[in-house]
Design a protein around this ligand. Structure first.
Ligand SMILES: Nc1ncnc2c1ncn2[C@@H]1O[C@H](COP(=O)(O)O)[C@@H](OP(=O)(O)O)[C@H]1O
Ligand SMILES: [Mg+2]
Length: 375
């Protein structure tokens, strides 16, 4: 990759996301095989696991080490429930997982700590990611495990890391440990409803990344346990699909009805002339599917009372845009990452498309379908 603005930050971010993916793979395997108490219910009823906290601690610690402790990080998790006395065994598990991962930093071309981190250092690393972002300065944006439900079900999930500078997303890195590397792998996987726990290494799992203005996006396979991450390590260019005929287009949407109105999306799809059944996938892997050309459209219509968070979109949106696609809200306006942790002013939903023609059709179809909606 050419040497350009933010290339050092991108290099670090990609390596850190590879580390986080390796951590998640280990925890997911244990979680599914032991079905242990590593899953807790958060106040908002979503699930949080050892992996969420461990990834946030690891990424927070590594970014500060590599780029300076002054950096601002916006991330999903806090330490409220993890620091309670009754969570001591969970915290001990997080501390172990974090130290195991940091001990392997050199394999990923990064420098880990000289000594193992204590529980309070791990809690500090998690809570240092409590910035609220904004339109000035530089902010890292992390979703440690996006699609927690997919993660605990042994399904798709993503580690999403982005960097915002002056309110604009400049770097996007998406780690997708269960995304098959081969073309069309995601479709095959979801048709067969495969659980990818005993996945053959090298065939499943990749990190996708991009830098604003590069007009390129790349994908690297995850590295094997005994390998060292080389830069750019067989990175392959990825590109959106060239299909512009709605009848041939595949559209993605969240698995959970509560996260997006499936029946409204079906109405929009029908209005826009889409014919295929939706591809329902957990997490930002949906953006990855558009960026890789495996699907053409991602529609998301949350209920009007829900405010979308920047960490659920920043990395994926840039990836789709630089791979040649278009992402806006459902009114056709750009997404605004400059207003703090929420995508303020979002009009109805989010539409990501592989190209302008499909995008225009979809926006038109949203307007046509809106009258009959009850969002
Ligand atoms: N009511 C709601 N409407 C829309 N999105 C929601 C939601 N509740 C949670 N989410 C977000 O949807 C994300 C999952 O996306 P998807 O449904 O596309 O898999 C969750 O990320 P986490 O799993 O990181 O918490 C969460 O941020
Ligand atoms: Mg998320």
């Amino acid at each position: 990759m050419e040497n350009d603005e933010f290339s050092e930050e991108l290099n670090v971010a990609v390596r850190v996301v590879h580390m986080a993916c390796s951590l998640c793979e280990k925890v997911q395997k244990q979680l599914i095989s032991t079905n242990s108490d590593q899953v807790r219910s958060k106040d908002d009823d979503s699930l949080v696991t050892v992996a969420d906290w461990s990834v946030q601690a690891t990424v927070g610690w590594m970014l500060a080490k590599a780029l300076g402790s002054h950096i601002s990080i916006v991330a999903e998790e806090d330490t409220k429930s993890l620091s309670r006395p009754e969570s001591s065994s969970l915290l001990a598990r997080v501390v172990d997982v974090v130290n195991e991962c940091l001990a392997e930093a050199t394999r990923f071309g990064l420098q880990g700590p000289d000594n193992v981190l204590s529980a309070s250092q791990v809690l500090d690393a998690i809570s240092r990611c409590s910035s609220i972002g904004g339109h000035t300065g530089r902010h890292w944006v992390l979703d440690p495990v996006d699609g927690t439900l997919g993660f605990v079900r042994g399904d798709q999930y993503a580690v999403a890391l982005a960097m915002i500078d002056g309110g604009d997303v400049k770097i996007g890195v998406l780690g997708c440990p269960n995304y098959p590397v081969k073309d069309d792998g995601l479709k095959k996987y979801s048709q067969q409803n495969l659980i990818l726990l005993n996945k053959p290494s090298g065939e499943v799992g990749c990190v996708m990344y991009t830098r604003k203005g590069s007009r390129k996006a790349w994908m690297q396979p995850l590295i094997h346990r005994d390998e060292t991450l080389e830069w750019p390590n067989s990175a392959k260019l990825i590109r959106v699909s060239s299909i512009s005929n709605p009848a041939l287009a595949t559209f993605c949407e969240p698995v959970e009805k509560s996260n997006s109105d499936h029946s409204f999306a079906a109405g929009v799809a029908c209005n826009a002339g889409l014919r295929k059944k939706p591809l329902r996938v957990y997490s930002m892997v949906k953006y990855a599917a558009i960026a890789r050309g495996e699907a053409e459209i991602y529609m998301r219509f949350a209920s009007s009372s829900y405010k979308e968070k920047i960490w659920d979109h920043a990395a994926g949106v840039l990836l789709v845009q630089e791979a040649g696609g278009v992402v806006t809200d459902a009114g056709g306006h750009s997404l605004d990452f400059s207003k703090g942790i929420y995508l303020e002013g979002l009009d109805r939903g989010i539409i990501a498309c592989s190209g302008r023609q499909l995008h225009e059709k979809l926006i038109g179809a949203v307007y046509a379908s809106w009258e009959s909606s009850n969002l």
